[in-house]
Design a protein around this ligand. Structure first.
Ligand SMILES: CC(C)(COP(=O)(O)OP(=O)(O)OC[C@H]1O[C@@H](n2cnc3c(N)ncnc32)[C@H](O)[C@@H]1OP(=O)(O)O)[C@@H](O)C(=O)NCCC(=O)NCCS
Length: 191
């Protein structure tokens, strides 16, 4: 069963180098700035132009969403590093989709892998999900590698599913399962 409280009460999850905290209006300006970066837009396939007011509204309404979980990624001093989310919840099959975008200056330092692991742990152990899945473009090998390190397995390839800058690209499907997560994560008693 899905633990509704774990979805509705937005958690703070602390790792070795970063913290996941409820996305809120204090993140809006840094979040908005990251959405303006052309390379981030290419890597996430973002076509829509958001104003700062759009993002402020978005951040202000995340606390009241019972069917999804939006968290900001901060360093341990509270500086914004990016954001991630569990979305598209399927309660019957206990699955959800995952998305993440670090600010450009935060990428390539292991933080995406760490943040993804923290969220997967929460998804499986607190929310009660059985499966977390994602899509990633074939031209984003850094994300593919980070997802693989965090526990995702490549499941498939949607051929030429994505059109960007006049070219067709494949979209890769990856997923992580609770059973695999538990098997790979030693329980305190076993350590
Ligand atoms: C995707 C993202 C979350 C990954 O987080 P990150 O902190 O940058 O990644 P990490 O440093 O944890 O891991 C990256 C891994 O990819 C490897 N890598 C980097 N560039 C690579 C490339 N061109 N080809 C293959 N591997 C690459 C790194 O060496 C590292 O692997 P290693 O630890 O085995 O050496 C982050 O880069 C990001 O948000 N980028 C912008 C938006 C985006 O791409 N979002 C995902 C959309 S699906």
């Amino acid at each position: 069963m899905i633990n509704n409280a774990a979805l509705l009460r937005k958690p703070t999850l602390t790792g070795e180098n970063l913290r996941l905290v409820p996305l809120s209006p204090r993140h809006a300006e840094s979040f908005w700035r990251a959405t303006q970066d052309p390379e981030s837009r290419r890597l996430t396939g973002s076509r829509r132009d958001f104003t700062l007011a759009d993002i402020e509204h978005w951040c202000a309404t995340r606390a009241d969403q019972p069917e999804r979980l939006d968290l900001a990624i901060e360093d341990l001093d509270g500086r914004y590093l990016g954001e991630l989310a569990l979305i598209d919840l399927d309660r019957d099959s206990r699955s959800a989709a995952f998305r993440i975008a670090l600010a450009p200056t935060a990428a390539g330092r292991g933080l995406g892998t760490e943040a993804t692991r923290l969220l997967l742990d929460h998804a499986f152990t607190a929310v009660g999900l059985h499966r977390v899945h994602l899509e990633v473009f074939d031209y984003n090998p850094r994300a593919q590698r980070a997802y693989q390190k965090a526990g995702f397995t490549l499941e498939g390839r949607l051929r030429q599913a994505h059109h960007w800058d006049g070219q067709w690209h494949d979209t890769l499907l990856m997923a992580a399962l609770a059973t695999e997560w538990r098997a790979a994560t030693p329980t305190p008693a076993a350590t």
